[in-house]
Write a protein that binds this ligand. Sequence first.
Ligand code: DCP
Ligand code: MG
Ligand code: MN
Length: 352
Amino acid sequence: SPHVAGQKEPLYNKKILEQLTTLMNHYDRIKTKGSKEHFKVINYRKAITSIKALDYEITSKEMALKVDRVGKKMAEKIGECVAFGKIRKLDHLNADKERSRVETLFRSIYGVGSEKASDWYNLGLRTLDDVRKQSDLTKNQIVGLQYYNDLLVRIPRAEVEQIGKVVGDAAKKLHPDIQSQVTGSFRRGKPDCGDIDIVVARPNIDDGDHLYQIMHHILKDLINEGFLVEHLSLPTYTEDMANKPKHFKYMGICKLPGEKQVHRHIDILVVPWIHLGSTLLYFTGNDICNRSMRQLASNRGMRLSDKGLFINVIRNRDRKKVNEGQWVAGRTEREVFEYLGIKYLEPYEREC
Ligand code: DCP
Ligand code: MG
Ligand code: MN
């Protein structure tokens, strides 16, 4: 709160004023216009001003209630302060702060969401070492903890490019015409990235059998090289994939050769040539841009996914789709924009 020039430090009710000010500042931080917190801030400010003007100590709730602009609830809090030395609400405030700090820490582990973070807090866990002792960690969480410090470090563009080349080279060793592109935040032009997102496709190749072979070859090569060090999600092959367009996704941890290199999170997609455009669109993002393009498609009676743009999608009353619809675009990104009837956005323009 603004300090009035010339105003002296209060002689009386110092502790009460301190604690009420802490609460007021808390509500001030979390208030939105017209919210109940907003009005609390106003009430606290009024009460604080009145108490500052007093020339005696408040020693009970009843005394507080007689002070100008101090309401019943405020008087109760002042009562707690004089009786117990502390307004109880402040303890909750500190506990909430501690909870949010610890849950943020937990959520920074790869594979941990808000629900898990909150569960662990309720179980009394407070540190990464507490988490490490849990016996029911998932593979993602174990790897996330193992490489915790590395995975926190953003990846400079130059290194993303280098890693993209390692994967591209492995792919081209199988067939020189295989295309490999780095997408995600890198393609949107970000100076550094959270992970490396790579899309691989081969001209005119759509069938699952062939695409699985490409993925298998790339992974075998990069695992042998010691480049891929942990696998979080491996694509699996089933007999019915032959002759059908099929997408394969790998997620893992990689590291460039050399002592000083940092472990990085890498996502590799191998996709049918006819879906390359819609996959690039999806995997370039950002996620909000994807959401609004899908919404736009839906508003126009179409459906957009990484597999392409579909028309004649029949939805029931809950807007759940009844059929897949008819594929109309997705070979290239431009094709999707055109069919949606919107201006093409360059990757660096896709920050929504
Ligand atoms: N994506 C999405 N919805 C999600 C997750 C991802 O649409 N829930 C899409 C958009 C993302 C792209 O996949 O841009 C790649 O996902 P990343 O999580 O790798 O995100 P970015 O590459 O955009 O950012 P970062 O630098 O954090 O990796
Ligand atoms: Mg990314
Ligand atoms: Mn990614």
